[in-house]
Design a protein around this ligand. Structure first.
Ligand SMILES: C[S@@+](CC[C@H](N)C(=O)[O-])C[C@H]1O[C@@H](n2cnc3c(N)ncnc32)[C@H](O)[C@@H]1O
Length: 304
């Protein structure tokens, strides 16, 4: 299976679909969320599905999607949501609902040659969009020790980020990072705690840097806020504490930092009514069936 959709019925319910509404699935993947959305749309409903991955684009060519005349796949980073939707004739302030299910798909993790996983020896790539400039190997070969320490510490919560960054720089003095095995080898000399956990944290951190996942999310939240109509619904599933904090702050205050802004009359600006005071999480049953769902958090808000 390409990807088991996470919190599918919860996110669908949160969108409160109208048959003739305009919707966006910002992270199409295998279409696990798009497919049930389409079944609820009528002939006048529209779904714009984004993904920056070529393999997701191939999935979108399946008849179950193309059979619906209101289905449009946009092969793009979702950080360009507004620009791409406008190019497709969708005006700001007119979208009924936007869903984003962040991170990587199981297909990406389980395809050895994509280089996302420490479980396979392959080129150290990790680009969701292979035509992006920097691969994971480029990041490891070019960043300073301080930059690498920030990546491992902030995105991976690696406890000995400084030691690992220095080990990477020492490796570079004799060789160049090319494969996942090169990185695994460097990690193995400095690993703290359980090996699998340490490697997962390091690989996740690097992936987030290569794909500028936090920068893209920030741009997406700004564009999504503009594209939704009043009463439109934003549904976001995150898998990382930094992502979740960013989304939570944005829904609360309209910016990534959660800074409170007041208008001319002293009213606090709140672009959304928050529906999920606490994020929804997958049930024990879902996590048992699909362990990759375990860190998921779903937040829902309505544009004011
Ligand atoms: C968790 S998967 C989504 C799976 C999908 N909901 C399903 O059920 O099949 C995330 C997908 O979003 C895509 N993606 C992640 N960040 C993206 C971005 N900034 N722009 C566009 N697509 C992105 C990935 O390529 C991946 O296919």
């Amino acid at each position: 299976m390409y990807h088991a959709p996470v919190l599918r019925s919860e996110s669908l319910a949160a969108l409160q679909l109208r048959p003739d509404g305009v919707y966006v699935d910002a992270t199409f993947g295998g279409g696990g969320h798009s497919a049930p959305i389409l079944t609820q749309l009528g002939d006048n409903g529209r779904l714009y599905a984004f993904d920056q991955d070529e393999d997701a684009r191939t999935n979108a060519l399946k008849p179950e999607f193309t059979a619906h005349t209101g289905f449009h796949f946009i092969h793009s980073n979702f950080r360009f949501l507004k620009r791409q939707l406008r190019a497709s004739g969708v005006r700001p302030g007119t979208v009924d609902g936007i869903l984003a299910d962040l991170g990587v798909s199981s297909h990406q993790l389980d395809t050895p040659e994509r280089g996302f996983s420490y479980r396979f020896d392959a080129a150290l790539d990790m680009r969701m969009n292979p035509s992006d400039e920097r691969s994971a190997a480029d990041v490891l070969n070019a960043c300073t020790s301080d930059e690498l320490q920030r990546v491992f510490g902030a995105f991976g919560e690696v406890r000995n980020a400084r030691t690992l960054a220095q080990a990477c720089v020492r490796f570079r003095e004799k060789s160049r990072f090319q494969t996942t095995a090169d990185l695994v080898g460097v990690c193995e000399a400095v690993v703290m705690g359980e090996r699998w956990r340490y490697l997962s944290q390091v690989f996740q951190a690097l992936r987030m840097e290569v794909n500028d996942e936090i920068g893209a999310l920030r741009d997406f939240m700004a564009d999504a806020t503009e594209m939704l109509r009043q009463g439109g619904r934003l549904v976001v599933i995150t898998y990382h504490s930094i992502e979740d904090r960013l989304v939570k702050n944005w829904l609360k205050s309209g910016n990534a930092e959660g800074a409170v802004h007041q208008d001319f009359y002293g009213n606090i600006e709140r672009p959304f009514e928050i529906i999920t005071k606490k994020p929804l999480e997958p049930s024990a049953g879902e996590v048992q069936e699909n362990p990759r769902a375990r860190s998921a958090k779903l937040r829902v808000a309505v544009k004011k």
